[in-house]
Design a protein around this ligand. Structure first.
Ligand code: KIV
Ligand code: NA
Length: 277
């Protein structure tokens, strides 16, 4: 099957078919997300944490995100691939934002970009969309500004903050976003935004009332041990499975149980005889 047309997402909202989005960071995860039927793949700047070992998304660079996006677009065919614009790649000016958005499309094969925030960022959205690159918005908990928000915590939990969030969402739609991520916001607020917007909303920690859901690859698969946010559902425990498998390999090497004959190349008898002479 060919690429999912971006306009199908609005049609999915209209017909009430939920949109399934997941992050991916390399060719195999892109290929597997495609095989599993995901509609949208986000090359999230969460890669800074899940793949690169940082403790926030702030250090992610354009160069890193381009490498990861190229790998994902080599692996994924049908899903829309959205590249997450890293911190510093769009805040400075509309011009820089457009330049970097175009790099994701032209140099890395992305179908769209995502950027965090409203307010000053509305102008960035308008400029990037004007240049012909579809933009996904992101409001609520915006990890690139977690420090300013006072940490990784749910947003829009007072009537006033919730109203501001609704205003931001409407403004992002007006600025030209084709879709909007709502992260860590109370479910009634996300449901209200979803009802008011013509574009599809994609929730993460935003309840069941959004038009789609997104989860981080490593969270969904249980690819690391330790604390997971409330909104994560783990569908596998791959960190445990990987540790078991690698431990079994290490033990086999130490005990000389691996390799066995089946893993080993032979040589014609006469050649062996000549060689050993
Ligand atoms: O970087 C990321 O993975 C994200 C999603 C959580 C929406 O922005
Ligand atoms: Na992100």
């Amino acid at each position: 099957p060919g690429k999912l047309p971006i306009t199908d997402l609005a049609a999915m909202k209209a017909s009430g078919s939920p949109i399934a989005m997941i992050t991916a960071y390399d060719a195999p995860s892109g290929r597997l997300a495609d095989a599993a039927g995901a509609d949208v793949i986000l090359v999230g700047d969460s890669a800074a944490m899940t793949v690169l070992g940082h403790d926030s998304t702030v250090p992610a660079t354009m160069e890193e995100m381009l490498v990861l996006t190229r790998a994902v677009t080599r692996g994924a065919r049908r899903p829309l691939v959205v590249a997450d614009m890293p911190f510093g790649s769009f805040q400075v000016s509309d011009e820089l934002a457009v330049t970097n958005a175009i790099r994701f499309v032209k140099d890395a094969g992305a179908d769209a970009v995502k950027l965090e925030g409203a307010g000053t960022m509305l102008s960035r959205v308008h400029a990037i969309v004007g240049a012909g690159v579809p933009v996904m918005g992101h409001v609520g908990l915006t990890p690139q500004s977690a420090t300013a928000l006072g940490g990784f915590k749910a947003q829009g939990r007072t009537a006033e903050k919730a109203r501001q969030l609704v205003e931001d969402a409407l403004a992002l739609e007006a600025a030209g976003c084709f879709s909007l991520v709502l992260e860590a916001v109370p479910s009634p607020v996300a449901a209200r935004v979803t009802e008011l917007l013509g574009i599809p909303t994609i929730g993460i920690g935003a309840g069941a009332g959004t038009d789609g859901q997104v989860l981080v690859w490593h969270d969904l698969l249980g690819l690391y041990e330790g604390h997971a946010p409330r909104f994560v559902k783990q569908y596998a425990a791959l960190a445990r499975d990987i540790t078991r498998a690698v431990s079994a390999y290490v033990a086999d090497v130490r005990e000389r149980r691996f390799p066995e004959d089946v893993h080993t190349y032979a040589m014609p008898q006469e050649e062996l005889a000549l060689f050993e002479k």
